[in-house]
Design a protein around this ligand. Structure first.
Ligand SMILES: Cc1cc2nc3c(=O)[nH]c(=O)nc-3n(C[C@H](O)[C@H](O)[C@H](O)COP(=O)(O)OP(=O)(O)OC[C@H]3O[C@@H](n4cnc5c(N)ncnc54)[C@H](O)[C@@H]3O)c2cc1C
Length: 487
C-alpha cells in the first residue's frame, strides 16, 4: 500500500526544438497558432523530447505538471488547444490509473458526467466525456443504457483515453525536486527540465487512524485503496469495515453481495458518524460547488472556513442514496429471505480507539468507543480489518528547496485567486497548487466539480486572459454592505 517517456506537443515551439535539442523559450516565434494534432487513441505517444535525454541538454517549457490525476489532466487537456504554451505533465506511475484499487463492481460517479475534464469551461473541447463516447463509437449505446450515474470504471477509462491522446502527458517519470533561480528547475527521475511555471497536482494519499498503523504489514489489515487486490478471498472470515463514507459503503456492499459459497462469516460496518448518512445532492447545496461560492469561501476568515467544511461535510463525503438502498435491500434479503441474520452487524456512532492482535492468534480485537457513551468501550473480534478512513494530502518532498519561500496557513501552502502559491519569488512565475487547499477553497477542492473551472483559471493566469464566467448562484453569498438595503 502506498500510504502515504518524454513527449511534447507536436507543432509547438518546444516540441519542434526538442528533437534538435537546445533551449527554446516558451512562446517563441516558432509557436504555431493551431492546436497540435491529437494522438490517435491507442497509439503510443511519440517521444519528442527523447533527444534531451540523450544529449543532456535541458528542455525549457511554459509549464511542467507534477502528477497526472484528473486535476493536472484537466489542465493538460485545456492547454492542448493553446499551442503557444508548451506543457509537459509528468506522472510517476508507469500507466494511467484512477483509484484502480477500489474499482468495485457497480461503483458510479457521484457527480454529473458534465463534470469531466473540460466541459464546464470549454464544451467544444475534444477532451470531453461526450467526445470520448463518440470517439469510441458508443454514444448511442451510452444513451440507451440510461445509467443512473456514470459507471466509475467508464469514467476511469475516459480519463485514460484523454491521457493517451494528449502528447504532453508522460508516464513513468517522477518529479524529485523543484527549485527556482530565474526559472523553475525541475529534477525528475530521468532528466532536468526548466519551466516558467509549475502546476502541482499530486492529490491525496490513503489515511489510516493511529490504532491501525502498527499492523499495516499484515495482509489482513489494509486500506480501501487496496481492496480489489487484498479482499479477494474472504470466505468464512469475519471482516470489519471501518469508515462510513462512500468508500466504506462500497466495500461493505461488495462483501455482502458475494455469492453464498464465497460469503464472509460476518461483515461488520463501523462508522464514527451517528448513522450511515447520505450525500446531500440537492440543488441549493450543489451551489456550494460553483465557482462564485469557491471565491466567496476563499474570502472568509480561517475559522469560518473550517467551520463551514465541518458543517457541510456530507455534501461531498456522504453515501450515494442508490448505494444505501442497495445495501438496505441486500441486508433485508440476507436477514429475512436467506435466514442469515448473523452475517451483518452495523455499528454507527463508534470510533475505533484500539486494535490488538488476538492473543489466541485468531485475528484482531477492535476497541470501539460509542459517541454517546464515551466512557464505555465495546470490543469486536475480526479476522480482517478494512480501513475506509479516507485520504490526506499527499506530501510534496520535491518542494523542499522552495519550502522557505512559500507562505503557509494552517498547514496548507497559501494560494492566490489563481491557485498560485503565495511566495517571495517574481510575480510572473507561478507554482500552481491543485487539490491542495481544502481549507482555503472548500470541500470542492478535492472534488471533480470545479476541476475544469480551476484549470481554466490557471490557464487564464498563464495567458493573461479572463474567460467568460458563468452567471453566479441565485443565492447571494456575499453580505451586502451596511449602507445598501436589501429589497
Ligand atoms: C474511490 C474514489 C472515488 C471518487 N469519486 C469521485 C466522484 O465521483 N466525484 C468527485 O467529485 N470526486 C470523486 N473523488 C475525489 C477526486 O475526484 C479524486 O480524489 C481525484 O482523483 C483527485 O484528483 P487529483 O488529480 O487531484 O489527484 P490524484 O488522482 O490522486 O492524482 C495525483 C497523481 O500524482 C502522482 N504523483 C504524486 N507524486 C508525484 C511526483 N513526485 N511525480 C509525479 N507524479 C506524482 C500520483 O501518482 C497520482 O497519479 C473520488 C475519490 C476516490 C478515492
Amino acid at each position: 500500500m502506498a500510504v502515504t517517456g518524454a513527449v511534447g506537443q507536436p507543432g509547438s515551439a518546444t516540441a519542434s526544438s526538442a528533437a534538435g535539442a537546445g533551449v527554446v523559450p516558451a512562446g517563441s516565434a516558432e509557436s504555431t497558432a493551431v492546436p497540435p494534432p491529437l494522438v490517435e487513441s491507442g497509439d503510443v505517444c511519440p517521444s519528442r523530447f527523447g533527444a534531451a535525454l540523450v544529449d543532456g541538454s535541458v528542455q525549457h517549457l511554459s509549464c511542467v505538471g507534477v502528477g497526472v490525476g484528473p486535476a493536472n489532466l484537466s489542465l493538460a487537456s485545456l492547454m492542448w488547444s493553446r499551442p503557444e504554451l508548451t506543457g509537459l505533465f509528468l506522472e510517476r506511475r508507469p500507466e494511467f490509473g484512477w483509484h484502480d484499487g477500489q474499482q468495485m463492481p457497480g461503483a458510479t460517479l457521484q457527480v454529473s458526467m458534465l463534470k469531466d475534464l473540460v466541459s464546464l469551461t470549454d464544451p467544444t473541447s475534444p477532451f470531453s466525456f461526450l467526445a470520448y463516447l463518440h470517439d469510441q463509437g458508443r454514444i448511442y449505446h451510452y444513451l440507451n443504457a440510461r445509467f443512473e450515474a456514470v459507471p466509475r470504471m467508464e469514467f476511469r477509462n475516459y480519463l485514460a483515453w484523454a491521457a493517451a491522446r494528449n502528447p504532453s502527458v508522460v508516464f513513468g517519470e517522477e518529479v524529485m525536486s523543484i527549485d527556482f533561480d530565474t526559472m523553475f528547475r525541475i529534477q525528475t527521475s530521468r532528466r532536468e527540465l526548466t519551466a516558467d511555471h509549475v502546476s502541482i497536482g499530486v492529490g491525496n494519499q490513503p489515511w489510516i487512524p493511529p490504532a491501525g498503523r502498527p499492523f499495516l504489514s499484515d495482509p489482513r489489515v489494509f486500506h480501501i485503496s487496496d481492496f480489489t487486490s487484498a479482499a479477494t478471498d474472504m470466505t468464512g472470515l469475519r471482516v470489519a469495515v471501518i469508515g462510513g463514507g462512500q468508500s466504506g459503503a462500497e466495500a461493505f456492499l461488495e462483501l455482502i453481495n458475494r455469492p453464498a459459497d464465497r460469503l464472509p462469516r460476518r461483515v461488520s460496518w463501523v462508522s464514527r458518524r451517528a448513522n450511515f448518512f447520505p450525500i446531500d445532492d440537492s440543488p441549493f447545496t450543489n451551489d456550494y460547488y460553483m465557482p462564485d461560492h469557491s471565491d466567496y469561501f476563499a474570502s472568509l476568515p480561517l475559522a469560518a472556513r473550517e467551520q463551514f467544511n465541518l458543517a457541510h461535510l456530507l455534501t461531498s463525503d456522504g453515501i450515494s442514496e442508490a448505494t444505501l438502498r442497495q445495501i438496505y435491500q441486500q441486508i433485508y434479503t440476507h436477514h429475512y429471505i436467506h435466514s442469515r441474520p448473523d452475517l451483518i452487524a452495523l455499528y454507527p456512532h463508534r470510533e475505533l480507539t484500539g486494535l490488538t492482535r488476538n492473543p489466541a492468534g485468531a485475528g484482531y480485537e477492535l476497541a470501539l468507543r460509542h459517541g454517546q457513551h464515551p466512557d464505555l468501550t465495546e470490543h469486536l473480534d475480526s479476522d480482517i480489518v478494512v480501513f475506509a478512513t479516507g485520504f490526506a494530502p499527499h506530501p510534496m518532498p520535491f518542494l523542499q528547496p522552495l519550502r522557505h519561500r512559500l507562505h503557509v496557513e494552517n498547514g496548507e501552502y497559501r494560494i492566490d485567486a489563481h491557485y498560485a502559491a503565495v511566495w517571495d519569488g517574481p510575480g510572473d512565475h507561478h507554482l500552481f497548487l491543485q487539490n491542495a487547499a481544502r481549507t482555503q477553497r472548500g470541500l470542492a477542492d478535492p472534488n471533480l466539480s470545479l476541476l475544469a473551472w480551476r484549470s481554466q483559471r490557471i490557464l487564464d493566469s498563464l495567458t493573461n486572459t479572463n474567460t467568460n464566467p458563468q452567471n453566479p448562484s441565485f443565492i447571494e453569498w456575499v453580505t451586502k454592505r451596511p449602507n445598501v438595503t436589501a429589497e
